[in-house]
Design a binder for this molecule. Structure first.
Ligand code: G3H
Ligand code: 13P
Ligand code: ZN
Length: 305
């Protein structure tokens, strides 16, 4: 069933488990996400960025909405990194049930102002909202506290922000970053900060940049001819711990990008004469489904629907 973000995330926060919010850009990605959720009885969020909306538009949103409506587990369609009030309204009109307004690059007051406008519009339609406070970006564990404080989310500020905006869930900067290169070795994630913010705020917290960049997938990518440098993602145990302390929405895009490319590269390499798209995109869908299943098990959302 198609539900709002709050319908999925409030129980997740209370039950101390995470729900994957996976980016989609086409039918195969959407099927991998929703069919795996169904198989594992897991709630799930499917998110489209503004780039995904430009690429797939209402056609893609309708695919998500249709699969969600026919699913027997809760599914939300979420706008990822909405950049403006106009963008949020457009997504609401398209049928999204969860909206992110990302005004985190502005100062505190402007972020509050922009977020508040979106919250008012979305709530009037019964749709829930994610906002972001702090600046996303990988940091090294050993950097001094002052430097961390400069761009990671300040717990006291987070409380004021939520009070002033009425946002339903909050993306916090905890050292994670987007993409396949999150840091050397085991990328840093500021668990103490999550604990502190989780103690002060009862709403669901959101972790962006949460791909695990599984080394097995990276190796297969290389073996099938792909080129990639020192790729590293957030360790499974680190995500598990974060979900114990308030992280309820866990954003994943890069892992699906890698998995789909591995599926395509392996299919083409194994069958140089193949040109039936179903024999190429089908394997991509299968590899994505495996990666999604692993993530749902790590987050603890399996069997929660
Ligand atoms: O946060 C970024 C997501 O990975 C979406 O990326 O804007 O290229 O679709 P995109
Ligand atoms: P990854 O790049 O780690 O998959 O993060 C995606 C994300 O945060 C989308 O909003
Ligand atoms: Zn993000």
């Amino acid at each position: 069933m198609l539900v709002t973000g709050n319908d999925i995330l409030v129980p997740a926060r209370a039950g101390k488990y995470g729900v994957g919010s996976f980016n989609t850009n086409n039918m195969e990605i959407t099927q991998a996400i929703i069919h795996t959720a169904e198989k594992l009885r897991s709630p799930v969020m499917v998110q489209m960025s503004e780039g995904a909306i430009k690429y797939g538009g209402q056609d893609l949103a309708n695919i998500v909405i249709d699969l969600a409506q026919r699913a027997t587990v809760p599914v939300a369609l979420h706008l990822d990194h909405g950049s403006s009030y106009e963008s949020a309204l457009k997504a609401i009109k398209m049928g999204f049930t969860s909206i992110m307004i990302d005004a985190s690059h502005h100062g505190f007051d402007e972020n509050v102002h922009e977020t508040k406008r979106v919250v008012e519009a979305a709530h009037a339609m019964g749709i829930s909202v994610e906002a972001e406070l702090g600046r996303l970006g990988g940091i090294e564990e050993h950097i001094v506290v002052d430097e961390k404080d400069a761009f990671l989310t300040d717990p006291e500020e987070a409380v004021q922000f939520v009070e002033q905006t009425g946002t339903d869930y909050l993306a916090i900067a905890i050292g994670t970053s987007h993409g396949a290169f999150k840091g050397k070795g085991r990328p840093y994630i500021d668990q103490a900060r999550i604990v502190k913010i989780g103690e002060l705020l009862g709403i669901p917290l959101v972790a962006h940049g949460s791909s695990g960049v599984p080394q097995e997938i990276v190796e297969r990518f290389r073996a099938a001819g792909g080129q990639i440098g020192d790729a590293a993602g957030i360790a499974d145990d680190d995500l598990k711990e974060a979900c114990q302390h308030g992280i309820a929405k866990v954003n994943v895009d890069t892992d699906l990008r890698l998995a789909s490319t591995v599926g395509i590269r392996e299919a083409l390499a194994a069958n140089p004469k193949e040109f039936d798209p179903r024999k190429i995109f089908g394997p991509a869908r299968d590899v994505m489904a495996q990666v999604i299943e692993h993530k749902m098990r790590v987050l603890g959302s399996v069997g929660k629907a």
